[in-house]
Design a binder for this molecule. Structure first.
Ligand SMILES: Cc1cc2nc3c(=O)[nH]c(=O)nc-3n(C[C@H](O)[C@H](O)[C@H](O)COP(=O)(O)OP(=O)(O)OC[C@H]3O[C@@H](n4cnc5c(N)ncnc54)[C@H](O)[C@@H]3O)c2cc1C
Length: 477
């Protein structure tokens, strides 16, 4: 029987396995993961009446792959959007939580008046940011860091007080190193096309493309009523019963002279086995270790993708204990405020069904590339730290009624300047190996929809190389 091994059982590997099976049911599929459950970082648990997301809690719908997959899995009835009320985010500004000006999208204002009347920036900071319309566009189109781009166009203050915390909240990254081209290519494109981001935003507003909330465009996000784990559970359920091998880690991989692959698995499933194709859906550093024995250059390129760690502390409170209005979806914390948390999301305000009406569930993010030393603290101290910071910022006087923590060690890829060059080289070198494909957040996009897409594309390429008939895949791609 023709067979394909999928290494890694996160959303990327599961998607690859699902599309392989859906389009070629006779194919033998073997998915390996050292964990006790599938899903990788995605995990939803119920704890003391709270529905806790330990990593991704929603996905963007402008990249359609996640919605399409959810619908295909028969879970369309489960899809929910963020609540209508409270669709804004706050930022900590000189010790106080203030709303991000309506119309401020990640790094540029699309509405001038709310931006000018907001008290987040000083008068000088606003004036410097507004002068963006006069800053000439950059001649070079080479990749640039997020910090360099924003400071060049809008000034340091807007970067420190608005953009850094918003970007930190999304990528847990150091914006000095983060590649603009790999993470938010539409902003340099706006600069090149319109000469100014403000001008481009105002133009888009006239055509109705932007929305008025500050921070994220919440109407573009969705999740599942029962949590993100539903997707990974359903993907696993759609695979043949003998496909998934948990507590089984792939330790070695080598190409064989006959064009097949030999893999060494250790754990509950143990030993060498030969397969016809391989989808590598581990973090890039794991993939690097596996390819080093037969392609050093590919291994070096894969290991050039840096990873950060973070912790998510989930805390449940009685609503009456909270001393600030819960009229937003949470807040982000600029590094210049010198606090020990990155952001706090009011999960049960954002989505229904996360807590009882008289309780609040929050998720506090700690660590990331800029506060990596905090990851050395033991878990109980990280929880204490989150409680202490929230107590101060949200004026909470009592202890939470529920607390839990998840550490994510080296699971958050950091797309540094030059990332797209590494990706091109990784793709080029991988192409040279028959039926070997990469999927996963480390290469073509960190969001859940991009991971699903990477899994589907890896499946599609392998099936093409194996000459499997692809009746439905052409529709999906
Ligand atoms: C805290 C946090 C919050 C996030 N929030 C969002 C969000 O709200 N929206 C969004 O779209 N995205 C979000 N993301 C990003 C998104 O969840 C991830 O990018 C995505 O889930 C990664 O999936 P993956 O399958 O590529 O990798 P992973 O989930 O990391 O899975 C990789 C798997 O490979 C396995 N593996 C490693 N080595 C081996 C080996 N040798 N053999 C076999 N298996 C191996 C691992 O055990 C793991 O299960 C968030 C991520 C984190 C960490």
């Amino acid at each position: 029987m023709t067979s394909v091994a999928v290494i890694g059982g996160g959303i990327s590997g599961l998607s690859a396995a699902y599309y392989l099976h859906r389009n070629c049911p006779s194919l033998g599929i073997k998915l390996f993961d050292p964990a006790r459950r599938v899903g990788g970082v995605i995990e939803t648990t119920m704890q003391d009446g709270f529905l806790v997301e330990h990593a991704a809690d929603n996905f963007i719908t402008t990249t359609p792959d996640a919605v399409q997959l959810v619908e295909e899995l028969g879970l369309a009835d489960e899809l929910i959007r963020p609540r209508n009320s409270g669709r804004q985010a706050c930022v900590l500004s000189r010790g106080r939580l203030r709303p991000i000006p309506p119309g401020f999208i990640v790094m540029a204002p699309s509405q001038i008046w709310p931006f000018l009347t907001s008290r987040i920036l000083s008068c000088w900071g606003k004036l410097r940011a507004a002068s963006e319309v006069f800053i000439p566009k950059r001649r070079s189109t080479a990749d640039e860091s997020m910090e360099s781009f924003v400071c060049r166009r809008f000034g340091q203050e807007m970067f420190d007080r608005l953009v850094q915390p918003l970007i930190g909240g999304i990528y847990t990254a150091d914006p000095k190193l983060l590649s603009l081209a790999a993470t938010m290519p539409r902003f340099p494109q706006m600069e090149q096309t319109h000469g100014s981001l403000i001008r481009a935003m105002l133009k888009q507003k006239k055509t109705g493309v932007t929305e008025s909330s500050g921070g994220a465009r919440y109407s573009q996000f969705m999740t599942l009523r029962g949590g993100m784990t539903k997707i990974v559970g359903e993907l696993a359920r759609n695979l043949p019963a003998d496909a998934i091998h948990l507590q089984s880690s792939v330790r070695a991989l080598k190409p064989l002279d006959n064009g097949r692959w030999s893999i060494r698995v250790a754990g509950r499933t143990d030993g060498w086995m030969d397969v016809d194709g391989v989808v590598m859906a581990t973090p890039a550093h794991g993939a690097s270790n596996l390819v080093r024995s037969f392609d050093r250059r590919l291994a070096d390129e894969l290991s050039s993708v840096n990873y950060a760690s973070c912790a998510v502390v989930s805390l449940g409170y009685r609503r009456e204990q909270i001393g600030v209005p819960l009229d937003s979806f949470g807040f982000v914390v600029p590094l210049v405020e010198k606090r020990l948390i990155l952001s706090c999301s009011y999960s049960s305000v954002k989505y229904e069904g996360r807590a009882n009406d008289d309780h609040l569930l929050v998720r506090v993010f700690i660590g990331g590339a800029c506060q990596s030393t905090l990851m050395h603290l033991p878990e109980d101290q990280l929880i204490e730290l989150a409680e202490w910071e929230l107590g101060d910022l949200m004026k909470i006087k009592c202890a939470p009624v529920m607390r839990t923590i998840k550490r994510h060690l080296r699971t958050m890829p950091q797309y540094h300047v030059g990332h797209l060059d590494h990706v091109a080289e990784i793709d080029r070198r991988t192409e040279q190996w028959r039926c070997l494909r990469m999927a996963g957040s480390g290469i073509h996009g960190v969001g859940v929809p991009s991971c699903i897409k990477s899994g589907r594309e890896a499946a599609s390429k392998i099936l093409n190389e194996l000459n499997c008939r692809l009746p439905a895949l052409s529709q999906a791609t």
